[in-house]
Design a protein around this ligand. Structure first.
Ligand code: R5P
Length: 312
């Protein structure tokens, strides 16, 4: 890569950032990230960035607000040090689920995040499997939204699962599930779920034939794992044989680890956009790395080549 391209890592996912830099055949650039004793974040870029094309890798996962603030401060430091362009590389984009007013007197939090990021002086956002596509329109700068399917489909196909049915855990995920079903040449089923309160889900009905079939539930996010583990149980109760699941982003908050370990999953597949808590391993987990995917996208952005042609 050209000397003027620099990749910095925030503190949210240094392993993924290193994998991205490795794909680009370069090291991570030097930055010092610390906290003051009251919790304020301190950032110091430790090399010249004048005129450089900067890529800052930071997933805004837990601790969400600290990671977001750290990203903003790194961007500000790079801008004030005369970087030519700054791209926020956000493998996981936090606050994406608050993307519209679902009731009166609530914020559109992802729009707030977009406003702040844009104001910080970035030229572009590079992310993956945004919860809602319309978030791209919350920015007036380019947003490249990669697809985790580029790594996941090959893995599913390599498992050579017979009688496979792709299942959407809710009505909102039907387009995604249909896309995967087509890619892996499988049937399609839908779980009709009613959510009574945030983070509490209730499974209702299964639309489609799952009896005696091997099912893979596909979602964008597993957070508390209430949705996906409830869906897995419903599939089993309706006669499914093996049940697997794939989600791009393993947020894993609250009781997620317990729920996933108790649920009847043959395999739990997710990517490394968010680092896993090593002290709480999951049974049957399979982590797919998106480092090469992001590395390739960064290379194409820098060289002015097509990113969408990665998807075909
Ligand atoms: C919701 O619209 C998302 O696609 C996920 O289904 C949801 O965020 C999963 O949340 P949880 O794991 O807490 O049920």
């Amino acid at each position: 890569m050209n000397q003027s391209v620099k990749v910095f890592s925030g503190s949210s996912n240094p392993k993924l950032a290193k994998g991205i830099a490795d794909h680009l055949g370069m090291g991570l650039s030097d930055i010092e990230l610390k906290k003051f004793s009251d919790g304020e974040i301190s950032v110091k870029i430790k090399e010249n960035v004048r005129g450089a094309e900067i890529f800052v890798v930071q997933s805004t996962c837990c601790p969400v607000n600290d990671n977001l603030m750290e990203l903003l401060l790194i961007i500000d430091a790079a801008r004030r040090a005369s970087a030519n362009s700054i791209t926020a590389v956000m493998p996981y984009f936090g606050y994406a689920r608050q993307d519209r007013k679902v009731e009166p007197r609530v914020p559109i939090s992802s729009k707030v995040v977009a406003n702040i990021l844009q104001k910080s002086g970035i030229k572009r956002v590079l992310t993956m499997d945004l919860h809602a596509d319309q978030i791209q329109g919350f920015f007036d700068i380019p947003v490249d939204n990669l697809f985790g399917s580029l790594v996941c489909v090959d893995h599913i196909v390599s498992m050579k699962i017979k009688d496979l049915v792709v299942v959407s855990p809710d009505a909102g995920g039907v387009d995604r599930a249909r896309f995967y079903a087509k890619k892996v040449n499988a049937g399609l089923a839908i779980i009709d779920k009613r959510r009574e309160m945030a983070n509490v889900s209730e499974v209702m009905n299964i639309l489609g034939d799952v009896k005696g079939k091997n099912c893979i539930l596909i979602d964008d996010i597993i957070d508390t794992a209430g949705s996906i583990s409830g869906a897995a149980r419903a599939l089993k109760e309706n006669g499914a044989d093996k049940v697997l699941c794939y989600a791009a982003h393993g947020v894993f908050s609250g009781k997620a680890y317990e729920r996933l370990n108790e649920a009847p999953f043959e395999e739990i597949i997710f990517t490394d956009t968010i680092p896993i808590d090593e002290s709480k391993k999951l049974k049957n987990m399979h982590i797919l790395s998106v480092a090469n995917l992001f590395g390739e996208a960064i290379k194409r952005i820098y060289k002015g080549e097509s990113v969408s042609s990665l998807f075909v």
